[in-house]
Every structure is written in structure tokens, then in C-alpha cells.
Ligand binder design. Structure first.
Ligand SMILES: [Zn+2]
Length: 461
């Protein structure tokens, strides 16, 4: 793979233990791992690949902790534009059940391209519909082709409408087959080693679409094989009503009873939680994927992110599926997280003006998008730029109009100002975005095919 030198960045944000921000900074990497971070004069003078990043800010690659890449096919779907989660899902299911292997491939590529262009270098995807030949294999191959670090899920749904679940019966799978395929996917793709480009996660969809048995058995299999577990939880008050009516407990209690509140689990959303449930998460060491845009888009509510952080719960950021965002821009999500946390505090008017520590700062939002996400995915080899870590980073052009007038603090500007496209994105020492364009494949034909398939799906074909 060889060596790579990035130099002369106006600022390089390390996210190391001292949170150093280096003026005139750069890094030197060999075979995908950082060997040295420092000011340009301290670094070796040459390498196989040299990136001169004068005028740019360099940040550690962002980590996205929850997505449904196939949903890029049903963005802004007319029937699902103005609806809460359950009605939105019901409007989306018919199109999703027709996604085949080709549709999955192009939508995975489009979503991953968008992530890379927003500075994301490690992405988790939560696909839970495997029909018409779609498979984890299709997505892993797409991720390898485009060059992103990818955590794939063997997601699942097993309780259809006829058994009291939300999804139509044709969207769900047989539980014995789900578990067998989960094992196959772990055998084929899961790489536990430092620097892994592919990992597997077991991810039954949500309390209203899988059975207690499938949750228990997925957890047992995941633990036996050392892979992490993930699901949606406490996203809406509708979900809370569902588990109270059916199981007599709140969503977190339901999961806790099944062994799912634990250190190898992270939940998407976790919006509607009590203080006691936050404390339980902290004791158990489970993580949260915070999806501010999706929570606003679907009117789900505001996750108590500052309370999670104060309690010591790991929080990462996530764009959620592209049908409820409707983008895959992690830098934008950092901005949304900062703004939404401020709104949440502002709505508690009875507590008076918020003291400084209760404001979500731009640097705190960046930390959630990097170190926070890495912790949530169980990785200590990404999220910061330090010797021995993966050479995953991106740069933004500080000469962009969006940053004009904000250069007294370029680090804060990346979150306060409108997000710009990554100029360079490097994953494991490989340049995958160059001059603001995907460098690893020609996206033109992919987008064209994607739009053709999306139109057919929306028309019910
Ligand atoms: Zn989701």
C-alpha cells in the first residue's frame, strides 16, 4: 500500500488525548496506519503519495453509526413526506420490499459516496430487508469498491402484520433462516483485527418487527462470535405505547429483559428515555446513535444527548436512513446535533439561562462525530489522528464562501457554518475523494441507474 504524507494544512485537528489542533500540521502514514502527526517541518519530506493541504483544515474521518443505505431510493417519497414514524414506515414498506440486488448495489454506492463527500470514513449500515436477491454480500462488495470502512449488519424483521407486527408479511423472513444467514455472513466477512475494513453486526430491526426469541438468539450468536449488536429503540411515543400494550413494559425494560442492555449493544435514537434508563445505559456501557435530522424530520422528539454525556453514556452521530433525513451528510449532522441540543436546553425555560457547560459546543459536536462514533462501534483504532491509528481523515477548503468571516476559529467554523464538501477524503491511507469528487469509481452512471430504479419503485413497479 505504501506511504502517504499530508502536509501544510492550515489546521489539523487530532482529537488526541490533549485535543491538540496543529497549525501548519500534517501526518505521515505507512500501509494505512498513522506513523507520525505533527507540524509539517517535523514530518518526513516525501512519500509515495503527497497531499499539499495549504488552505485546508484536516479532521479525523467522521464515523456514522446508523444508516439504511437502500433508502436513498425513496427520499422525499410523496406519500411519506409528512408523516410520523409508523405512517412513514407503512408508506415506505411497499417500495422497500421490491429492492433487489442491483437496487441495493446502486443505493449503497450512492449513500456511501455521499458519506465520503461529507468526510465520513467509517460507516455502519442497518439493512433489515433482504428480498429479491439482496444480501449483505452486495453491500460489502459495494463498500470495498468505493473504499470506505464498513460495518455491515445482518439486520432482520420476522414479525409481520398477521402476527401483530408493523411490516407487511411479505417484508419479513423466517427466523431460522435469519440466524443461519447471520452465521454465514459473520464467517465470510467479519474481521476483528485492528484496521479492519469490514465488520459485521447483528441487528434485528425494532421491538415492533421482531420476536423476543429472535432478539435472544441473535444476542447469543453475536456474543458467541464476538460481534456487536444493534437495534432501533425508544424512537417514538408510538413505540412506547406498543411495548406497554403488548409486553407491559417500556421499550428499554423490554430490551433489558432480553439481555440487550449491555456493553456490546448500541441503540439508534433512544429519544424517549427516563433518567433511570439513562443511568441503566451508563452502568451497562451500551451506546446511542443520535440521529437529530431524522428525529426532527419524523417529529419523533429530542434525544437527551447532554444528559447521556453527563451520565457517561457513549454517544455517536448518525444520519439514519436516507428516506428520513433525506441526506447522508455527517458534517451536517454534527451541526444539527449542536443546534438541537441548544434548542432542547432553551425549551427548559423554567431552569433559566443555561450555564456554559450546558451548551453543546462545536468541538463537542465534532467529538461525537469522531471519537464518540468510534466508541459506539467498539473501535479504538479510528476517531482520532494519532500514531498507530488508522490513516482516516478528510479536508475542507477554508477558502470556501461558506467559511468567509469565520476564520478566527476554523475548527468551530466547520460546524457553525453551512457544511461544505470534503476536498480530500482518505481511508486507510488511500485517497478516495479528490478535489471534492469520488476518486475510486465513476459515480455518473451509478446515479443515473439509481434514479431510474427509484422512479420505478415510487411508481409501484
Ligand atoms: Zn433507522
Amino acid at each position: 500500500m505504501g506511504s502517504l504524507l499530508a502536509r501544510n494544512a492550515d489546521v489539523l485537528v487530532t482529537m488526541d488525548g490533549a485535543r491538540r489542533e496543529l497549525r501548519g500540521g500534517g501526518l505521515y502514514a505507512v500501509d494505512g496506519f498513522v506513523r507520525q502527526v505533527g507540524t509539517t517541518t517535523e514530518l518526513p519530506p516525501s512519500a509515495d503519495v503527497v497531499l499539499d493541504l495549504r488552505g485546508h483544515i484536516v479532521l479525523p474521518g467522521l464515523v456514522n453509526t446508523h444508516h439504511h443505505l437502500n433508502q436513498t431510493l425513496t427520499r422525499a417519497l410523496p406519500a411519506a413526506q409528512d408523516a410520523g414514524l409508523f405512517d412513514w414506515l407503512t408508506a415506505q414498506y411497499p417500495a422497500w420490499t421490491r429492492i433487489d440486488a442491483e437496487a441495493s448495489r446502486v443505493s449503497t454506492l450512492v449513500g456511501l459516496a455521499e458519506l465520503l463527500l461529507s468526510g465520513c470514513t467509517t460507516a455502519f449500515d442497518h439493512t433489515y430487508l433482504y428480498k429479491n436477491g439482496n444480501s449483505v454480500d452486495v453491500q460489502v462488495e459495494a463498500a470495498r469498491e468505493i473504499g470506505i470502512r464498513f460495518h455491515a449488519s445482518r439486520g432482520s424483521m420476522s414479525v409481520g402484520r398477521s402476527k401483530g407486527g408493523l411490516p407487511p408479511d411479505e417484508a419479513v423472513e423466517d427466523e431460522a433462516f435469519i440466524l443461519k444467514d447471520s452465521e454465514r455472513v459473520i464467517d465470510r466477512f467479519h474481521d476483528p483485527c485492528p484496521g479492519a475494513m469490514t465488520r459485521v453486526v447483528l441487528a434485528p430491526c425494532a421491538p415492533f418487527s421482531v420476536s423476543a426469541d429472535l432478539l435472544r438468539e441473535s444476542a447469543a450468536l453475536g456474543r458467541a462470535r464476538g460481534v456487536r449488536l444493534h437495534t432501533h429503540l425508544a424512537e417514538t411515543l408510538d413505540e412506547e405505547r406498543y411495548t406497554l400494550e403488548r409486553f407491559g413494559v417500556r421499550p428499554v425494560g423490554w430490551m433489558d429483559g432480553l439481555g440487550w442492555v449491555a456493553g456490546d449493544v448500541w441503540f439508534a435514537h433512544a429519544v424517549h428515555v427516563s433518567d433511570a434508563e439513562i443511568a441503566r445505559f451508563a452502568r451497562a456501557g451500551c451506546g446511542v446513535a443520535h440521529c437529530p435530522s431524522s428525529n426532527m424530520r419524523l417529529g419523533s422528539g429530542i434525544a437527551p444527548v447532554k444528559k447521556y454525556l453527563a451520565a457517561g453514556v457513549s454517544v455517536g452521530l448518525a444520519v439514519d436512513g436516507s428516506a428520513s433525513n433525506d441526506s447522508s451528510n455527517v458534517l451536517l449532522e454534527a451541526r444539527q446535533a449542536m443546534l438541537l441540543a441548544r434548542l432542547a436546553r432553551g425549551l427548559r425555560r423554567d431552569e433559566g439561562e443555561a450555564p456554559a457547560g450546558e451548551w453543546m459546543s462545536a468541538r463537542e459536536a465534532l467529538e461525537l462525530a469522531t471519537l464518540g462514533g468510534a466508541r459506539v462501534l467498539g473501535r479504538d483504532d479510528v476517531g482520532s489522528l494519532e500514531t498507530g491509528k488508522c490513516a482516516d481523515f478528510f479536508s475542507l477548503d477554508l477558502g470556501s464562501i461558506e467559511y468567509a468571516g469565520a476564520l478566527h476559529d476554523p475548527v468551530a467554523a466547520t460546524v457553525f457554518c453551512a457544511p461544505t464538501r470534503a476536498r480530500i477524503t482518505v481511508v486507510h491511507g488511500r485517497v478516495v475523494v479528490e478535489d471534492g469528487r469520488v476518486a475510486t469509481l465513476d459515480m455518473g452512471p451509478v446515479v443515473e441507474r439509481h434514479n431510474h430504479i427509484a422512479t420505478a419503485l415510487a411508481r409501484g413497479r
